[in-house]
Design a protein around this ligand. Structure first.
Ligand SMILES: [Zn+2]
Ligand SMILES: [Zn+2]
Length: 303
C-alpha cells in the first residue's frame, strides 16, 4: 500500500501535509445587485467582521465593482452566478464563476450552452464551480458533461433551508465514475440568516485570487458547516483522521463500499485509524459532530 500513498501525494494537494496556513472563505454570495437582501457593503463588512479571509460576490448574471474593496486581511473576489441551459432541466444550471472582471456578461449574445459559457469564463480569466447540484436535481449525465468545472458545492446554506443543502450523492456519482472533482461549502448568501453557516477552509501559502482558485481546484482544503478537520491522510494502508469532537465519522468510497465509525456510548471521537479494504478505489471522510453539523474532506484516489 506504500505505492498508493505516493500516488496520492502526486495527484492530490493533501492540505494537511502541505506548507501554508488555513484561510476561511465563502465563495458564493448575492447582494441587492440581484436577489439578495443585503447590500454589497454590508455583505463584505459582515464576512470581514466574522473573520473570513475571502468572499466571492456572485450575483445572478451581474457583476459588482469590487475593485478597492479587498484589504490585507480579506480578499473580495469578483464573481457571478450564471444559468446556461441544462438538457432536461428547463430552469438551467446554476454555475458560479470566480474571478471575472466587472462588466463581464454572458446572458445576452453569449454562446448558448454550458460548456461554451464555462469556456468564456475561462477566457476572461475566471473559473467555474457547479452550484448546489442536489437542489437542482441534477442527474449524472447532466454533471459529467461539465468537465471544465473546478469543484462542486457539497454544501449550500441557502439550499439547506429548502432541505437540499448537501449534495453528497451527486458528488459520489462523479467519484464512482473516476472523476475526483473536489468540493466547497458555501453560504449562497441571500439573507442575513444564510450568513456564516457553510464555509471552506483552504490551506495556502498566501492569500490571493490565484491561490484561492488553485486551492479549490487541487483540493487543498475541506468543507464544513461546523466541525474542524485537523488531519486526513492515507498511510500504511490505513486512513488517519483527526478532528474536533465527532459523534460519527463516515468513510465514503465507491458504490457498495464505505464505513461508519462510532464512538463508545456517551463519548466522542477525536481520531480514527482505519485499515482500508483493498477493494476501495477512493476514500473521502465526513465528520459529524454531536449537533449533526458536518465537515467533508476531498477524495483521495487509491488507484
Ligand atoms: Zn443558485
Ligand atoms: Zn446563488
Amino acid at each position: 500500500m506504500t505505492a498508493v500513498l505516493e500516488t496520492d501525494f502526486v495527484r492530490h494537494a493533501n492540505p494537511f501535509r502541505r506548507a501554508g496556513r488555513w484561510y476561511k472563505v465563502n465563495l458564493h454570495a448575492h447582494t441587492t445587485t440581484s436577489d439578495g437582501t443585503i447590500s454589497l457593503a454590508d455583505c463584505i463588512g459582515g464576512y470581514r467582521k466574522a473573520g473570513y479571509s475571502a468572499l466571492a460576490i456572485t450575483d445572478h448574471e451581474r457583476t459588482n465593482d469590487v475593485r478597492g474593496m479587498s484589504t490585507k486581511d480579506m480578499l473580495v473576489i469578483s464573481g457571478m452566478e450564471y444559468h446556461p441551459p441544462c438538457p432536461g432541466r428547463p430552469a438551467g444550471y446554476h454555475l458560479v464563476a470566480l474571478n471575472v472582471p466587472h462588466g463581464f456578461a454572458l446572458a445576452d449574445g453569449a454562446p448558448g450552452d454550458a460548456i461554451a459559457r464555462i469556456a468564456a469564463v475561462k477566457k476572461a480569466g475566471g473559473e467555474t464551480i457547479l452550484g448546489h447540484p442536489y437542489w437542482c436535481g441534477l442527474r449524472y449525465e447532466q454533471m459529467a458533461c461539465l468537465s471544465d468545472v473546478i469543484a462542486l458545492e457539497i454544501f449550500n446554506t441557502q439550499a439547506d433551508r429548502m432541505a437540499r443543502g448537501e449534495s453528497s450523492e451527486a458528488w459520489s456519482q462523479l467519484h464512482d465514475a473516476g472523476w475526483f472533482l473536489n468540493a466547497v461549502a458555501v453560504d449562497d448568501t441571500h439573507d442575513p440568516e444564510d450568513m456564516f453557516c457553510g464555509w471552506t477552509m483552504l490551506k495556502m501559502r498566501r492569500l490571493s485570487v490565484a491561490s484561492v482558485i488553485d486551492a479549490v481546484r487541487t483540493g487543498s482544503g475541506y468543507s464544513s458547516n461546523g466541525p474542524e478537520i485537523h488531519d486526513f491522510t492515507v498511510r500504511r494502508g490505513a486512513v488517519e483522521l483527526r478532528c474536533s469532537p465527532a459523534a460519527a465519522v463516515y468513510l465514503v468510497s465507491q458504490s457498495g463500499k464505505g464505513a461508519r465509525i462510532l464512538p463508545l456510548p456517551g463519548k466522542t471521537l477525536r481520531s480514527i485509524d482505519f485499515p482500508i479494504p483493498k477493494t476501495w478505489r477512493y476514500v473521502r471522510a465526513v465528520v459529524v459532530d454531536p449537533r449533526g453539523m458536518k465537515a467533508w474532506t476531498n477524495p483521495l484516489s487509491l488507484m
